[in-house]
Design a protein around this ligand. Structure first.
Ligand SMILES: CC(C)(COP(=O)(O)OP(=O)(O)OC[C@H]1O[C@@H](n2cnc3c(N)ncnc32)[C@H](O)[C@@H]1OP(=O)(O)O)[C@@H](O)C(=O)NCCC(=O)NCCS
Length: 186
């Protein structure tokens, strides 16, 4: 049986393509998740993941998220996912919102800063708001030192939902961003 739950959605805007992640992508996921520079931005300063940990991680993630590989031409450069989350809004709004979360990581550092991340986020936003009942999309817990990630979401219309200040030099602050149809949510 396949480790990664797959799906059939593929999107493209002519610059990047998002295609379903499958078990065939595991060798790439092993390499990306063993790179300390990549992990510094995506997970913080954690130990590189072993292949067994990556297997277990994506097996679990793909149960609740649609997982995609980001392609530029035919080259896989990273991965992104979208999943439904519990609404963080007050009881009044909770029942009228359909909240989802985006995660994105470009695993090949030579492809950072070339707008591919912004394109991939844009494709997920279009899919969520035009083809599903999603009302709000979140990008949760972006590290305060990851200005590039924050900007890539802000370029797609995301705004600040909440911030958590840094606790020390070792424990950075984070920001959670959202994009949604209800303007005044607080
Ligand atoms: C975050 C990530 C997906 C962004 O994708 P990307 O293709 O590199 O980003 P883009 O080129 O689309 O956009 C980045 C924007 O941030 C800007 N930027 C770069 N470094 C920045 C910084 N330190 N502070 C503020 N803005 C910054 C760029 O100038 C660009 O904006 P512009 O197009 O208006 O000039 C990608 O860099 C990545 O995966 N990085 C490693 C893992 C990671 O950080 N994952 C996200 C975890 S929340």
């Amino acid at each position: 049986m396949a480790l990664i739950r797959t799906h059939t959605k593929t999107f493209t805007d002519g610059v990047v393509t998002l295609r379903p992640m499958t078990d065939d992508d595991l060798p790439l996921l092993y390499r990306w998740n063993a790179d300390p520079e990549f992990l510094h931005f995506s997970e913080g300063d954690v130990d590189p993941y072993t292949p067994e940990e990556v297997d277990s991680l994506y097996q679990s993630l793909s149960r609740s998220a649609d997982c995609f590989i980001i392609l530029v031409e035919d080259t896989p450069i990273g991965e992104c996912r979208m999943q439904t989350i519990r609404s963080p809004f007050s009881p009044l709004l909770q029942s009228s919102t359909d909240c989802r979360r985006i995660n994105i990581t470009i695993g090949e550092p030579t492809f950072w800063g070339k707008e591919y991340g912004s394109h991939a986020i844009g494709l997920l936003c279009r899919f969520a708001f035009e083809n599903t009942s999603c009302t709000h999309l979140f990008a949760e817990d972006i590290f305060d030192y990851n200005g590039r990630a924050r900007k890539a979401f802000e370029k797609n219309g995301f705004k600040v939902y909440s911030t958590v200040p840094a606790l020390s030099d070792e424990i950075p602050g984070t920001v959670t961003l959202f994009k949604g149809g209800v303007n005044k949510i607080f």
